[in-house]
Design a protein around this ligand. Sequence first.
Ligand SMILES: Cc1cc2nc3c(=O)[nH]c(=O)nc-3n(C[C@H](O)[C@H](O)[C@H](O)COP(=O)(O)OP(=O)(O)OC[C@H]3O[C@@H](n4cnc5c(N)ncnc54)[C@H](O)[C@@H]3O)c2cc1C
Ligand code: SF4
Length: 386
Amino acid sequence: MADKFYLNQVQFNAEISRCLNCKNQPCMKACPAGCNPNDFIQYAQNNDFENAVKIICNANPMGQTCGLVCPDKFCMKACTRANIDFPINIPRVQATILEKHRNNNKETDIAYNNKQIAIIGAGPAGMAAAEKLASNGFRVAIFEASDKIGGALNMIPDNRLPFEVIKKDWDFIAQNKLISLHLNAFVTNPEHLLQRGFCAVIVASGEPNCIDLGIEGEEFSISYLDYLKTPEKYVSSGNIAIVGGGAVATDCAVTARINGADNVEMFIRRRVCDMRITEEERKALIKNNIDLTTMTKIKKITKENDKLILYTCKTHFINGKLEEIEGTTIKRPNFDMVIKAIGSSAPKCDDSENIFYAGDCKNGGSTVVEAVASGKDVAQKIIEKF
Ligand SMILES: Cc1cc2nc3c(=O)[nH]c(=O)nc-3n(C[C@H](O)[C@H](O)[C@H](O)COP(=O)(O)OP(=O)(O)OC[C@H]3O[C@@H](n4cnc5c(N)ncnc54)[C@H](O)[C@@H]3O)c2cc1C
Ligand code: SF4
């Protein structure tokens, strides 16, 4: 696989040799899944990759995926080395260890405890819950509406997360014969699964709805969900507008550019410093010549002669509150596509007696490692209850 995803031997040695082996292990405390970088790096320093792999996979069954996409706000932010020069690139060290040394010989000979659990959704939360339950003797059936595993991971562009990596984590999890996967299996009501004999159901169905702009001409925009699922189906040249300034909007902008757009302009209501994106994402915006139009709100979209026109106005902060500045509306003509990427939502859900919610459908749009942690937590609740 392309070297850009993993560290070469020289880079790997350089990174692990910078670990200070801190006694209080701040990196572990900062990892939502409780993975211990200090320990796996110590094992790697001693060339004991079998134990390094175990440390990662026991804490995080989606460890290789996380190694490529975990943002720098967790373990890296806590890394003490940042006080001397710069933090260790823990995620890449983790991904490199699994890519080179995981040999898929997971302990699979686990006795069945005669209890069956159903999981709705084969995203990171569902997969992590399945791994933990099956490792504790539960038989687990995962029902996934689409024709592939991964959930929202499939919307992360290939240049950041190839499907092959998601599959490697899944293949590692699926070695446990107590787990079965049912694709193209949309579940209309979790109660039906309880009636079929499952003693509990975990709903890990993610956040399926893109938040609307709520403006006139909304119908001329497309959602990031539709765009990122199949970007090749949409306009690949001309001028593309992205509404939003977060990580998903950044993925849309970079993808549009890579797919041939002449100009990509992001419309952001706040300032550049308010954009919740990582250093890598900032660099990707610069590298791909993406225009940022900040402190700007889209008020209306119209269509004339196959071209889209945006009506935008400026915004400012008054007592910390973002407001429109009157009299600043202008017409921005000549767009070929408008992609809205201002967030997603899921219907509100609360656990009931034997139905438990995990991941983004419970906690709102988060990160892969947080979805993994949530899936593990719910699995632990079920292990204790049954
Ligand atoms: C474009 C994009 C970029 C991202 N980039 C990053 C990143 O760089 N780093 C990071 O950490 N996180 C990133 N994320 C967030 C991360 O992907 C999500 O937080 C994570 O996937 C949530 O996991 P989940 O298991 O809760 O839900 P999902 O991954 O959404 O999985 C839910 C699954 O449930 C299935 N499902 C839904 N309803 C049903 C039903 N009724 N029956 C059966 N199946 C059903 C869906 O088909 C889906 O497969 C990104 C997300 C997006 C959209
Ligand atoms: S899973 Fe992510 S946050 Fe946790 S140690 Fe690994 S790279 Fe860091």
